[in-house]
Design a protein around this ligand. Structure first.
Ligand SMILES: Cc1cc2nc3c(=O)[nH]c(=O)nc-3n(C[C@H](O)[C@H](O)[C@H](O)COP(=O)(O)OP(=O)(O)OC[C@H]3O[C@@H](n4cnc5c(N)ncnc54)[C@H](O)[C@@H]3O)c2cc1C
Ligand code: SF4
Ligand code: SF4
Ligand code: SF4
Length: 547
C-alpha cells in the first residue's frame, strides 16, 4: 500500500491496512469499480472546446500559469473571452443546480490578465513545415486559426481590410466592454509567433491571391460586416444610420453626431451596444424600438440589464413606420398565436434626431466570385465537417459560415479549421478524439461540497458608465479568483480527495501518488460499491463482472 505522506484531507476517513487484507476476497465479486473520466457539461458547452474542468483544477491549486496554458491549447484569447464571451459553459455548469454556476468566465479573465501582466508566452512553434497559409480576416476566427497554424509550424499571413486587427472585437464591441489594451496584448502575442499581418488589404479574389502569393491553403474568416437594411419611408432630412458602421466610426475615433434623442431599431446585442454607445456620446434619450416582446429579444439578459441600468429605455412591440424631421411614426404591434408580430394600425409619434438600424449583418463574399465548387447557403458559405468549402484547400469559418455568430464560436471554428488544414497539408485527415460520456448532476454527491456562494464581479458606478468608455465590469482579485475556481465540483473527473481510498473496507484502493490517481487491487475488491457511492464527483463507475 502506498504511504500517505502529505496526510489525507480532513473529510477522508483513512483506514490502515486491516485484517481484511489477510484473505483475498476479490473472487466473491459480481461487479467491479472502474475509474472514469467523464465529460463535464461546461467543457461540452464551450464553443472554443476548452478543457475547463482541467484548467480550473490547476487554478484551484494556485497553478495559474499551468491553467492559462491549458486554456491556450484551445483559445489564444482568454483575457478577451473572459470579458465578452456569453458563457454557455456557465449556463450548463452542474453547480447551478446546487447554488449558482462556477464563475468560469471570471476565472478565465483573471488568468488572461495575469498572463498579460506577467508576460507569459505561448509554447515554441513546431519546426517549419515549408507550407504557407493565407488567412483572410483578423477577427477571432482568423486569429485563432493563425495561432494554431503557426504553432504547427506553418508560415501564416493574415490579410485584413481594416487598419487594425481584431475584426468585430475592435470595430463592433465597444471599449467599455473590451478595453483596447487587452485586445492589443492578446493579438500581439499571436503575431509574436511570426505571423505576418497585412492590414488595409482587401482581398478581392481568393484564388488570385493564393496563386500570386504561392499559398498552399487558405482560411477565410471575413465575418458578416454589412449591416442589414430595412425599408423605412423617410423624409429628406431624416437621419438613418447603420449600427455596425456607427460603432466602427466610434471605434476609429470619428463618431458621427446623432443629436440628443437617438432611436435604435432592433433587439440584438448590437442594438444594446449602439444604444449604450450613443448614451456615452451625449444622447439624453436613447430608446430601443423592437417589434417583439422582451422574452423574444435575441440580446443577452446581462446586456439588456446593463443597458437599462444606464438609462436606455425599450419600446417593445413597436416598429418604425416612417421617419421624418425630428420625429418617428411608430406603429404598435401584437403577437399572433405563432408569436409573429402583426401590425395593429395604431400609431404614435416619437421624437428622434437619428435612427440607428441594428437589424443584423450579412457577409460580403465577393472574394469567392467564380471560385469553382464553392456553395452558398442564405448568403453564407457552406463548409464540410472539416471546415473546407467545396473548393479544395479553401477553408472557412466564423460569421461567414452558417452558425451561431459569437466570438467564441469563431475561435472554435478557427481552431478546428487549423487542425484540418494542418492534416490536409500533410495529406492526412484530422479526426477529433471520441467524446467521453457526460457527467450529470445526479452522479454527484452534493453533500460533500462546502457552501460557497458565487463571487460577484465589481461594476463601475452608473455616473461614470454613462459619461466615459471606461470598462464597466471589473475583474476578480487573486483571492476571489482562487475561491471561485475552488467552487468547481470537478464533475466526472477525479480530484484526488482520497475518499475512495479512505472508505474501502478492504483497503483495495491503491494510491499511485500525486497526480497519478488510484487503482483498484482486484484481488481484494469485493465489488461492494462503497467507493462509487462515496465519490463526490462521479468519477467511479460500477460495471458487472463478465462471468
Ligand atoms: C456590436 C457587436 C457586439 C458583439 N458582441 C459580442 C460579444 O459580446 N460576445 C461575442 O461572443 N460576440 C459578440 N459579437 C459577435 C462577434 O463579434 C462575431 O461573431 C465575431 O467577431 C465573428 O468573428 P469572425 O472572425 O468570423 O469575423 P469578424 O470579427 O467580423 O472579422 C472579420 C474580419 O475580416 C475582415 N475582412 C472582411 N472582408 C475582407 C476582405 N475581403 N479582405 C480582407 N479582410 C476582410 C474584416 O475587416 C474583419 O476584420 C458582437 C458583434 C457585434 C457586431
Ligand atoms: S470561452 Fe466562453 S464558454 Fe469557453 S470557458 Fe470561456 S467563458 Fe466559458
Ligand atoms: S462544477 Fe466545475 S466541472 Fe462541473 S460543470 Fe461546473 S465548472 Fe464544470
Ligand atoms: S473518491 Fe475522490 S479520490 Fe476517489 S475517485 Fe472520487 S474524487 Fe477521486
Amino acid at each position: 500500500m502506498t504511504s500517505h505522506a502529505s496526510g489525507p484531507p480532513p473529510f477522508a476517513i483513512t483506514l490502515d491496512v486491516g485484517s481484511s487484507r489477510a484473505n483475498k476476497t476479490g473472487s466473491w465479486r459480481t461487479q467491479r469499480p472502474v475509474y472514469t473520466d467523464k465529460l463535464p457539461p461546461c467543457n461540452n458547452a464551450c464553443p472554443a472546446g476548452e478543457n475547463i474542468q482541467q484548467w480550473l483544477y490547476h487554478a484551484e491549486e494556485g497553478g495559474y500559469q499551468a491553467a492559462w496554458r491549458q486554456i491556450m491549447a484551445d483559445n489564444p484569447l482568454p483575457a478577451i473571452m473572459g470579458r465578452i464571451c456569453y458563457r454557455p459553459c456557465e449556463t450548463s455548469c452542474n453547480r447551478a443546480q446546487l447554488d449558482a454556476p462556477v464563475g468560469i468566465n471570471s476565472v478565465e479573465r483573471f488568468l488572461g490578465d495575469q498572463a498579460i501582466a506577467e508576460g507569459w508566452s505561448p509554447p515554441e512553434p513546431a519546426p517549419p513545415s515549408g507550407h504557407r497559409v493565407l488567412v483572410v480576416g483578423a477577427g477571432p476566427a482568423g486569429l485563432s486559426a493563425a495561432y494554431q497554424l503557426a504553432l504547427a509550424g506553418h508560415r501564416v499571413t493574415i490579410r485584413d481590410s481594416a487598419p487594425e486587427p481584431g475584426g468585430m472585437m475592435r470595430y463592433g464591441i465597444p471599449a467599455y466592454r473590451l478595453p483596447r489594451d487587452v485586445l492589443a496584448a492578446e493579438i500581439g502575442r499571436i503575431l509574436a509567433l511570426g505571423v505576418e499581418l497585412d492590414t488595409g488589404h482587401t482581398v478581392t479574389s481568393i484564388t488570385g491571391e493564393m496563386t500570386e502569393g504561392k499559398f498552399d491553403a487558405a482560411f477565410l474568416a471575413v465575418g458578416a460586416q454589412a449591416g442589414r437594411r430595412a425599408y423605412i419611408p423617410a423624409g429628406d432630412s431624416a437621419r438613418i444610420l447603420d449600427a455596425v458602421r456607427y460603432l466602427h466610426e466610434v471605434a476609429e475615433g470619428e463618431p458621427p453626431q446623432l443629436g440628443r434623442r437617438v432611436v435604435v431599431y432592433g433587439g440584438g446585442n448590437t442594438a444594446m451596444d449602439a444604444a449604450r454607445t450613443a448614451r456615452r456620446l451625449g444622447a439624453t434619450d436613447a430608446i430601443v424600438v423592437y417589434r417583439r416582446t422582451r422574452d423574444r429579444m435575441p440580446a443577452h439578459d446581462s446586456e439588456v440589464a446593463e443597458a437599462a441600468a444606464e438609462g436606455i429605455t425599450m419600446r417593445w412591440l413597436s416598429t418604425i413606420a416612417e421617419a421624418g424631421d425630428g420625429t418617428l411614426t411608430i406603429e404598435k404591434m401584437r403577437l399572433d398565436e405563432a408569436g409573429f408580430p402583426q401590425p395593429t394600425g395604431e400609431f404614435e409619434e416619437l421624437a428622434a434626431d437619428a435612427v440607428v438600424l441594428a437589424l443584423g449583418q450579412e457577409p460580403e463574399l465577393g472574394l469567392l466570385d467564380g471560385v469553382p465548387g464553392v456553395e452558398f447557403d442564405h448568403g453564407t458559405v457552406r463548409v464540410g465537417p472539416n471546415m473546407m468549402t467545396g473548393h479544395p484547400g479553401i477553408f472557412a469559418g466564423g460569421d461567414m459560415t452558417p452558425s451561431e455568430r459569437t466570438a467564441t464560436v469563431a475561435i472554435g471554428h478557427g481552431k478546428k479549421a487549423a487542425r484540418n488544414i494542418d492534416a490536409w497539408l500533410r495529406g492526412q485527415a484530422w479526426s477529433p478524439s471520441a467524446k467521453h460520456p457526460l457527467a450529470t448532476f445526479d452522479e454527484l454527491n452534493p453533500w460533500y461540497y462546502a457552501d460557497a456562494p458565487a463571487t460577484v464581479r465589481p461594476e463601475l458606478e452608473i455616473a461614470r458608465r454613462v459619461t466615459t468608455f471606461d470598462e464597466v465590469t471589473g475583474g476578480l482579485d487573486e483571492s476571489n479568483a482562487l475561491f471561485e475556481a475552488r467552487r468547481c465540483l470537478s464533475c466526472g473527473n477525479c480530484f484526488e480527495c482520497d475518499n475512495c481510498y479512505g472508505v474501502c473496507p478492504d483497503n483495495a484502493v491503491i494510491k499511485l501518488g500525486p497526480g497519478q490517481r488510484y487503482e483498484i487491487d482486484l484481488d481484494y475488491c469485493k465489488g461492494c460499491g462503497i467507493c462509487v457511492a462515496e465519490c463526490p464527483c462521479g468519477a467511479i463507475d460500477l460495471v458487472p463482472e463478465e462471468i
